[in-house]
Design a protein around this ligand. Structure first.
Ligand code: GLY
Length: 375
């Protein structure tokens, strides 16, 4: 067995055992690390990461075939679907939440209910479009003009909706939003702002707050990773050279910032010797780099992905069945005001680690692309 096959196998083995206790919390896991799973404290059923749990289950279903994966994915989906149906508790994260859950369900089982829910999510995301030129990120008075780079990762829901329906509107909006983000968020050196606040009537740029990074103008590493994988996915879906060009600029910047041990600091502008890591960023970037290698044939991207994944495996992964989750050094935000979880397990780090390993092992179902099932 190759390293990636063996590492994927022990990761899925751990999940197949430990995910069985998730139903005890009657919610959707957000954090592992200890003896039991924990849901998010704030907004537990509608938390933006709640698609990653069913996403892990669908990866397991596609690769391993045990019946547990499907039943646990559907248990989680029954919890998160009322959030979308309730409308008010939604955000641009409709992509993260519903493409990896019901979108994956349709892709892997052909469920027509799952297809309907996927298209409903796409229509709600499309409804967040501001004709000034962008998709609105978050709800709340005063946030009408807030756009975060993370939204690049929600565009595959729109690209998939065009594939599923034949209606080009979804993909056209996604392209417009990606162009806007490339212009307004990505800096000269290939790094990205996290949040940019615009006048919601004119799209005039007003502020670039620190967001989940260290300071205004710094480079929050997970934001760089969302941009890297997000532009790569836009290039795959839209087949536009300009998105590939941006993805490569962002990738070169990200690669230049990886620590020698393969770990990823929370903010690339934090002091170099500050041992404060977010390896979710590394796992997300690895997924993007593997896909960029396939799109461009450039070996440097695959080498960097392997450095990140071996760094996680060597320094942060826990495959023992006595604790929940795999990655141990994940951080929600540099500053606790945007998320207090520091250097712990967060399940979306595990999702991207599994996805990257599955890509290397040649068994990734590619849940970011959902197309019409052939009759
Ligand atoms: N805002 C999504 C994230 O924490 O990456």
């Amino acid at each position: 067995m190759t390293w990636e096959q063996a590492t994927l196998k022990k990761s899925l083995d751990k999940y197949l055992v430990t995910a069985k206790t998730a139903k005890d919390i009657k919610g959707v896991p957000y954090i592992g690390g200890g003896k039991g799973w924990k849901a998010a404290e704030n907004n537990p059923d509608g938390w933006w990461t709640n698609g990653f749990w069913p996403g892990i289950m669908w990866l397991g279903h596609a690769i391993d075939g045990d019946g547990f994966w499907l039943s646990e994915a559907r248990r989680a989906q029954d919890i998160i679907l009322p959030q979308m149906h309730g409308y008010y508790n939604t955000s641009h994260d409709l992509g993260f939440m519903y493409l990896l859950s019901v979108g994956a369900d349709y892709k892997l089982t052909g469920s027509m209910d799952a297809l309907r829910e996927t298209l409903l999510a796409a229509n709600l995301l499309q409804g967040r479009w501001n004709p000034a030129g962008f998709i609105r990120s978050w709800n709340g008075e005063g946030r009408e003009g807030w756009v975060i780079v993370d939204c690049m990762m929600n565009l595959p829901l729109l690209y998939s909706a065009t594939k599923l329906t034949g209606d080009p509107r979804y993909a056209m909006l996604a392209d417009l939003h990606a162009d806007f983000t490339a212009r307004e968020h990505i800096r000269e050196n290939g790094s990205s702002n996290h949040i940019v606040i615009f006048d919601p009537y004119t799209a005039r740029k007003l502020f670039t707050p620190a967001g989940q990074g260290k300071f205004d103008g710094s480079s929050w590493s997970r934001g760089q990773a969302w941009a890297l994988y997000g532009f790569t996915l836009a290039a795959m879906h839209g087949r536009h050279e300009r998105f590939l060009y941006t993805a490569e600029r962002v990738a070169r910047y990200f690669i230049s910032q990886i620590d020698d041990n393969g770990l990823t600091r929370v903010d690339f502008d934090q002091p170099k010797d500050e041992q404060y890591y977010d390896n979710i960023a590394g796992a997300v970037a690895a997924c993007g780099l593997i896909e960029l290698n396939k799109l461009t044939g450039k070996q440097e991207y695959l080498d960097a992905a392997l450095k990140l994944l071996h760094g996680i495996d060597d320094h942060t992964a826990n495959y023992g069945h006595g604790t929940m989750g795999i990655l141990t050094r994940c951080t929600a935000a540099y500053d606790a005001s945007y998320g207090k979880e520091k250097e712990c397990n967060l399940i979306y780090g595990d999702f991207f680690y599994l996805e990257a390993l599955a890509k290397l092992a040649g068994v990734d179902p590619m849940l970011w692309v959902v197309d019409k099932k052939k009759a």
